[in-house]
Design a protein around this ligand. Structure first.
Ligand code: FAD
Ligand code: SIN
Length: 523
């Protein structure tokens, strides 16, 4: 079946939904998500959104903190633009119904997180993301121009390649005409044609064994764009959140927000000794890369699987009031955080790199925008400052919307696109091994491409991934298309890009730390 829309939005997180809301008065919008509207990284965010909102804080301070965390790799013009646009976008979220916590004087109740020099994180208790996700879903459902396609899986974007032309990374003016989309229930692949497409597919957490990300985070958008010969960058900068709850039964790992350290919680080793000052004068509130690496070192020294986060010295009622979801979750596995230390371990959390975009969220492919975690804007550089991600997503969705609205009347839908061709494919017995291959990729990435890297580890990862890549591509060519095999391909592509870019970086910077080049190259 062929469907036609003015705007095709792939992804129902903060980036996709806010873009959709901003363009929907102008034309027909389709939002695709591969499971339910609710399942997105956005919905799991705890800490909140960073923005300068009080008189005593300054844009310059937020800019400076972002640049310091980014370790010399941020684009300063982008940082300034995002920080200065933040208050307006916060206002927009509030107008859409997002209820940020306020103090008794009616001012925003602001939290502080690692690397921030001031209290500037707007939040809704410790479930800020769910508040944003639910508010946006409500608005989306009220808009008559927006059609939602749940359980629809975008396989690939459509370009001149599908018209039989040879497209390379060097081909000028690659154009996007929409996407091929699988409905896994019917096993049918539909052609979604659009004037403009927004890629908002989120992160890559599930290329690793242990991650805070929901299962949708398999790097689909990044892989689709890479296959379509769009540019992708900075993939080596994978952020490991220092404090996910150590509970091997959980997948994804449950996050213990950094805001808890902002509130006063401290990290302790297995002997109960506070250790972070050994590594950084900011202690437990140092930027994430430093804290995650320090925990990794402490775990290696002691030969243990976790360290502790201690919030027991804070008033119990206040702790429960600020962090009700974390309190309940820990209690459910027998940990009363007001009395017990919380076992924590770093987990893959966020990708700073991704699809390269300009300041209007345009990718290198015409009529294709990208926003949110799948994009690389230059805001985060080599390491993202806490709570700058939701902010980046909403600011860039706004930029993309404004730009798309300015050109939409000049674009015609391309009607010459062939239908998906699955001639000669079949449901293959080898497909039962897909889950196994996925697990292997996770092991390779976690064992060799984690917090501490080296030439040897990266080479080993590359060699092993190559075997799975060849097996999978061969299987893909022969098999009926399924969500599972598409996700496996995407996980492999995203893993390959992380390894390749990690190998190319001959220094340690921000989130990329390698034993072979432990220092930073001065630009
Ligand atoms: P997502 O919210 O991840 O949405 C992705 C969407 O794409 C989903 O709807 C999915 O179904 C869809 N999709 C993916 N692939 C396909 C496909 N092939 N076909 C169709 N649909 C597809 N950031 C902050 O700034 N502050 C925080 O406090 C914070 N806390 C976090 C806590 C946790 C536990 C996690 C995991 C992340 C946190 N982050 C935080 C990061 C932040 O939540 C994410 O970076 C951000 O929400 C990403 O939003 P997004 O719109 O780009 O993508
Ligand atoms: C957290 O709450 O610690 C996560 C914040 C973020 O990822 O920005």
């Amino acid at each position: 079946m062929v469907r036609k829309f003015d705007f095709l939005v792939i992804g129902s997180g903060i980036a996709g939904m806010s873009f959709a809301l901003k363009v929907a008065d102008k034309g027909k919008v389709a939002i695709l998500c591969k499971t339910q509207l609710e399942e997105a990284n956005t919905a799991l965010a705890q800490g909140g959104i960073a923005s300068v909102t009080k008189a005593t804080d300054k844009f310059e301070n937020h800019i400076k903190d972002t640049l310091i965390a980014g370790d010399g790799a941020c684009d300063e013009e982008v940082v300034r633009m995002v920080v200065e646009n933040a208050p307006e976008q916060i206002k927009q979220l509030v107008e859409w119904g997002v209820d940020f916590d306020k103090d008794e004087n009616g001012n925003f109740d602001l939290h502080k997180e690692g690397g921030h020099s001031d209290f500037r994180i707007l939040h809704h208790k410790d479930s800020s993301g769910a508040e944003v996700q639910n508010s946006l879903i409500k608005k989306i459902k009220q808009h008559s121009n927006i059609e939602v396609f749940e359980n629809h899986f975008a396989i690939d974007i459509i370009t001149q390649h599908h018209l039989g032309q040879i497209v390379r990374h060097t081909t000028p003016n690659i154009e996007c005409y929409g996407a091929y989309v699988l409905n896994p229930k019917t096993r049918r692949v539909h052609t979604f044609l659009s004037k403009v497409t927004m890629m908002a597919t989120g992160g890559i957490g599930h290329i690793y064994q242990t991650t805070t990300n929901p299962p949708i985070a398999t790097g689909d958008g990044i892989s689709m764009v890479y296959r379509a010969k769009g540019l992708v960058k900075d993939m080596e900068f994978v952020q490991f959140h220092p404090t996910s709850l150590y509970n091997p039964a959980d997948n994804p790992s449950f996050l213990i927000t950094e805001a808890m350290r902002g509130y006063g919680a401290v990290l302790r080793n297995q002997k109960g000794v506070e250790f972070m000052y050994k590594y950084d004068k900011r202690g437990s509130l140092a930027p994430r890369d430093i804290v995650a690496r320090s925990i990794d070192t402490e775990m290696k020294i002691a030969g243990c699987d976790y360290v502790y986060l201690d919030v027991t010295h804070k008033p119990a009622e206040e702790t429960k009031e600020h962090f009700p979801m974390i309190y309940e979750k820990c209690l459910s596995i027998g940990i009363d955080i007001t009395k017990d230390y919380i076992p924590v371990v770093p987990a893959a959390h966020y990708l700073c790199g991704g699809i390269m975009v300009d300041m209007n969220a345009r990718t290198t492919i015409k009529y294709l925008y990208a926003a949110g975690e799948c994009s690389c804007t230059g805001l985060h550089g080599a390491n993202r400052l806490a709570s700058n991600s939701l902010l980046e997503a909403i600011v860039y969705a706004d930029k993309a919307a404004k730009h798309a609205l300015s050109i939409i009347d000049t674009i015609k839908i391309n009607d010459r696109i062939p239908l998906w061709n699955d001639e000669g494919t079949s449901l293959n017995e080898e497909m039962v091994l897909i889950t196994q291959s996925e697990k292997e990729v996770g092991q390779i990435m976690s064992n060799y491409v984690g917090i501490v890297r080296s030439n040897l580890r990266l080479k080993r990862a590359s060699d092993r991934l190559d075997i799975i890549y060849k097996e999978t591509e061969d299987l893909f060519d022969r098999s009926v298309v399924t969500k599972e095999i598409c996700e496996l391909r995407n996980i492999i592509t995203a893993g390959y890009l992380v390894i390749k870019m990690a190998m190319e970086r001959k220094e340690s910077r921000g989130l990329h730390y390698t034993l072979d080049y432990p220092t930073k190259i001065e630009y």
